[in-house]
Structure formats: C-alpha cells, structure tokens
Design a protein around this ligand. Structure first.
Ligand SMILES: Nc1ncnc2c1ncn2[C@@H]1O[C@H](COP(=O)(O)OP(=O)(O)OP(=O)(O)O)[C@@H](O)[C@H]1O
Ligand SMILES: [Mg+2]
Length: 229
C-alpha cells in the first residue's frame, strides 16, 4: 500500500487558502521532495496526504481507492499500518525513555502487554542499527539533537511503514547529522523500498529526490522528475 494521489486539493482556513487546487502523485519507491517558501502550504499539503487532516475540497486516493471520506478511526488505522512520521521537532515524549518512545507506535497498534518484550527487542535492534543502542534507557532530554532525530527515525520505522512522511527533518540539526539523515533515507529507500514524502527548505534534498515539487502560495508551480543512476 503506497500509491497516494491527491486530486484538486484545497485547504481553506477561514480567509486563508493554504492549498489551492493541488494535484500530486506519490508512487511506490519514490522520494518526493516538496520545496517552497515559508507559508506556501507545505505542512498543510503533507498533513492532507498523510491523512492527518481533511481537505476542504478534492479527493485523496490510496492505491486507487478514494479514501477522502473515511472516518478518523480508519484513517488512524491506515496511518498506523502504513505510514511513518518524522516531525520537525521530533515530538518525542519526555516522560518516556528512548526505547519506550520507539516502540510506542507498535504498542498503540496492538496494545498487547504480553508482547512488550518483543516490542522492546524490535526497538533495541533499530536503536542498535542507528548506533544509539546504549542510549535506550535515557530520556530524550539527555540526548543531543542528532540523537533525538535518530530516535524519531527509529520510531517512524518500528511499524515497518510503506511511506515515511518527514516535515523539515533537517531543520534543527547540524550538517553532519543532516548528512547521516540523507544516507539513511537513501538506504531505507533503496534497500527497504520505503517511499518518502519530505517537506523542506533544504536544497540538498534535491540530490535524493526522485521527484521535486515546487509549491508557492498553495499552488504547485513546477514538478521535476529526476532520473537516478
Ligand atoms: N490551523 C491553521 N489555521 C489557520 N491557518 C493556518 C493553519 N495552518 C496553516 N495555516 C496557514 O496556511 C498557510 C500555509 O501554512 P503551512 O504551515 O502549510 O506553511 P509551510 O509551507 O509549511 O510553512 P513553513 O515552511 O513556515 O513551515 C499559512 O498562511 C498559514 O498561516
Ligand atoms: Mg511547515
């Protein structure tokens, strides 16, 4: 499940037309990068595609099925089963340890307390893959920004998503962590087949993108397909 299509999407907040008639397609295996100045509607568009918000007008299709009018319960199930999220400020829960933050989505999905040890093992394995296994029992406040980002990435991966949505993922980290992040996206896309939708100001993402979408004042001005290899 990972072909997403938005058709003539509008999002209107009172007087503000944040998204104005956007058509966008995210195909399996793509890295779609949405560029645009502040206030151009990037986060709004991401939230519509990720089923975190409903369009005022227009349709959303997932693998050809019109899912615009599904209820919140089904939307959250689709998100939980198929999507991973990396938010700009990571949204880690300060009262939970690193490992608890990572397996939280899995617990939310299954709520099976008999499987907590399995959840922990899965989370541990991810943390180790990302080189922060020894931080598992610390709290987010005890981590560097780059480490927090890795925790957020592990959390986005724990449910084995088909698509990862990332909103300005390198917005608050230094250049080295950003480089690690680029490599990670490339690896996850090429080796694990994960599709990405990334919203950013960072032009460096152009090197990763298979499709660059330029948004301005709620309208897509240009779409560039980028051939790899
Ligand atoms: N919940 C909301 N209520 C009212 N207006 C909103 C809401 N969310 C966004 N907007 C407006 O919609 C427009 C687009 O906002 P959005 O957050 O999508 O921009 P953005 O491209 O993500 O900007 P940035 O790069 O600064 O994060 C802005 O004018 C914003 O003020
Ligand atoms: Mg934004």
């Amino acid at each position: 499940m990972s072909n997403l299509r938005g058709e003539n999407l509008w999002k209107i907040y009172g007087e503000v037309e944040a998204i104005r008639g956007v058509n966008i397609e995210v195909e399996e295996g793509e890295i779609v990068v949405i560029f645009g100045p502040s206030g151009s509607g990037k986060t709004t568009l991401l939230n519509l595609l990720a089923l975190l918000d409903k369009p005022t007008r227009g349709r959303i299709y997932l693998d050809g099925r019109d899912i615009t009018d599904i209820g919140e319960r089904e939307a959250s199930e689709i998100r939980n089963r198929n999507f991973g999220f990396i938010f700009q400020l990571f949204h880690l829960i300060p009262e939970l340890t690193v490992i608890e933050n990572v397996y939280l989505p899995l617990w939310i999905r299954e709520k099976n307390n008999f499987k907590i040890n399995q959840y922990k093992k899965d989370a541990e394995r991810l943390l180790e893959e990302f080189g922060i296994g020894e931080k598992a029992n610390l709290f987010p406040s005890q981590l560097s920004t780059g480490e927090k980002q890795k925790v957020a990435i592990c959390r986005s991966l724990i449910c084995k998503p088909n698509i990862i949505f990332a909103d300005e993922p390198t917005g608050s980290i230094d250049k080295d962590s950003a480089r690690v992040f680029f490599e990670m996206v490339k690896y996850l896309n090429e080796k694990m087949g994960i599709t990405f939708v990334i919203v950013t100001h960072n032009e460096k993402f152009l090197h990763l993108a298979t499709k660059a979408v330029y948004l301005n004042e709620g309208i897509i001005k240009r779409v560039e397909k980028i051939k790899k290899g």
